[in-house]
Design a protein around this ligand. Structure first.
Ligand SMILES: NC(=O)c1ccc[n+]([C@@H]2O[C@H](COP(=O)([O-])OP(=O)(O)OC[C@H]3O[C@@H](n4cnc5c(N)ncnc54)[C@H](OP(=O)(O)O)[C@@H]3O)[C@@H](O)[C@H]2O)c1
Length: 399
């Protein structure tokens, strides 16, 4: 299970939870392993069975060790419960139960067909790994990735408003690869009026193989959402099929609207007004921050005031090893992949479950109090919620 958890953390965060799986022979030898690589791709159990077969191994009579109870529903891929039964697996050991309304019941389905099932092994670590995904699903809202691209001194535009481009081609190609796998991209009216962005996923030419791979991502186009009350000009580049204006300043309202349209993963691309609003609302599940080796000295800061009167109330983040590593160099730029501290995350990324819930709670309470003292522009959407990190009734599982 420890190995399965390490595998799970190699997946990318988004619409689906991180899940890893290992197939063992009846004698306990590893036959194959796999992890879920994101919505629409094979689930971990199916990937592990395929890995075993690709090595010439027969999983019949073996054991499936998986970090989440096998799903029992037809989404974009088939039910894992059926794939496991068809493979002749005799026993399934899983960490966390699937509590989603849509996909739960896999263990019972398997037991009814004579497969032995054991749940709860390393359950806390599995739930810890997916704490923010569990929270997003419990709140019936999309998983939120906030992307920023800034100078070394945290500016997203120069003093004269120019912002294209602070980062280089590889970082931009990477950003477009994220756009290609989310359901929606969201910016504020401020960015639309300043930069006239398209918000589509497009190839960005780069001069090496890794960058080219990111840049040539098939452009599965996300919904393009613009949040704010000012009208979006009729000739704005963002308009066209798949365009949506969210005429609100309230983050939960905007997220509920997106969820109602089937969005399960939204990429928030700012600028600072929107970035600050999502942060103050406690609605950022993942932060992807591209930092260019550029100093601007003045210009537009990455975030406006976000209700932090004192260091103890800071919005703290911890490195997230998921999705290819917490720190990645992309040409001259650096990508940080971070997740919020204070959701049972201990910051040492070792899945050891030694979180300090008291400290996490303290952070949330301090921040909620601080947010209530912030300026009007931030409190508009500052509905910081204290929903538990491990909720009881999420709506869906891996799609
Ligand atoms: N480097 C980067 O990564 C990057 C990315 C994006 C933008 N930028 C730069 O950021 C600058 C634009 O900044 P910005 O802050 O105006 O852009 P923004 O965050 O995209 O838009 C701000 C607008 O969003 C609307 N809004 C909706 N809900 C809100 C809420 N809860 N709180 C605050 N505003 C809310 C308001 O418009 P209404 O008045 O219409 O309601 C507000 O004026 C530009 O210079 C752009 O180039 C840089």
């Amino acid at each position: 299970m420890e190995h399965a958890l390490e595998l799970a953390a190699q997946g990318v965060r988004g619409a689906n939870p991180l899940v890893g799986a290992v197939v063992l022979s009846p004698e306990g030898q590893v036959l194959g392993s796999g992890y879920h690589r994101g919505a629409g791709t094979p689930h971990a159990e199916v990937a592990a069975l395929a890995d075993a077969r690709s090595r010439g191994a027969d999983p019949t009579g073996g054991t499936m060790v998986v970090t989440l109870e096998p799903c029992n529903h037809q989404g974009r891929t088939g039910p894992c419960s059926a794939a496991i039964a068809e493979a002749g697996i005799r026993r399934v050991v899983f960490a966390a139960s699937d509590r989603t309304a849509q996909a739960a019941g896999g263990a019972r389905w398997l037991r009814d067909r004579g497969v032995e099932t054991d749940g709860g092994l390393r359950q806390a670590q599995s739930e810890h790994l997916n704490a923010r995904w569990l929270r997003a699903t419990a709140e019936s809202r999309p998983f939120v990735t906030l992307k920023t691209a800034s100078s070394l001194d945290g500016r997203v535009a120069a003093a004269d408003g120019t912002s294209q481009w602070i980062t280089g081609n590889k970082a931009r190609a990477d950003g477009h690869a994220i756009r290609a796998r989310v359901d929606a991209v969201l910016a504020g009216t401020g960015t639309v009026l300043a930069d006239n962005p398209r918000l589509t996923a497009r190839p960005v030419p780069t001069d090496d193989a890794a960058g080219a791979a990111a840049g040539s991502t098939p452009p599965a186009q996300p919904l393009r959402a613009v949040m704010g009350l000012r009208p979006v000009p009729q000739d704005a580049a963002v308009r066209g099929p798949g365009f949506l204006q969210l005429a609100t300043h309230d983050v939960p309202t905007a997220l509920a609207e997106l969820h109602g349209r089937g969005v399960r993963h939204v990429l928030v691309e700012g600028g600072p007004g929107i970035a600050g609003a999502f942060l103050a609302a406690g609605a950022v599940d993942e932060l992807v921050s591209y930092i260019a080796p550029v100093v601007l000295g003045e210009g537009t800061p990455m975030f406006p005031p976000v209700g932090v009167p004192t260091l103890a109330a800071a919005h703290r983040w911890i490195p997230d090893p998921a999705g290819g590593g917490a720190v990645t160099q992309l040409g001259p730029d650096v990508r940080l992949r971070l997740r919020p501290a204070g959701d049972g995350n201990d910051g040492d990324n070792d899945n050891d479950g030694d979180d300090d819930p008291a400290a996490a709670g303290r952070t949330a309470v301090d921040r909620t109090a601080a947010a209530s003292n912030t300026s009007a522009s931030n409190t508009t959407a500052g509905m910081t919620t204290d929903t538990p990190a491990t909720p009881s009734a999420p709506q869906h599982n891996q799609e």
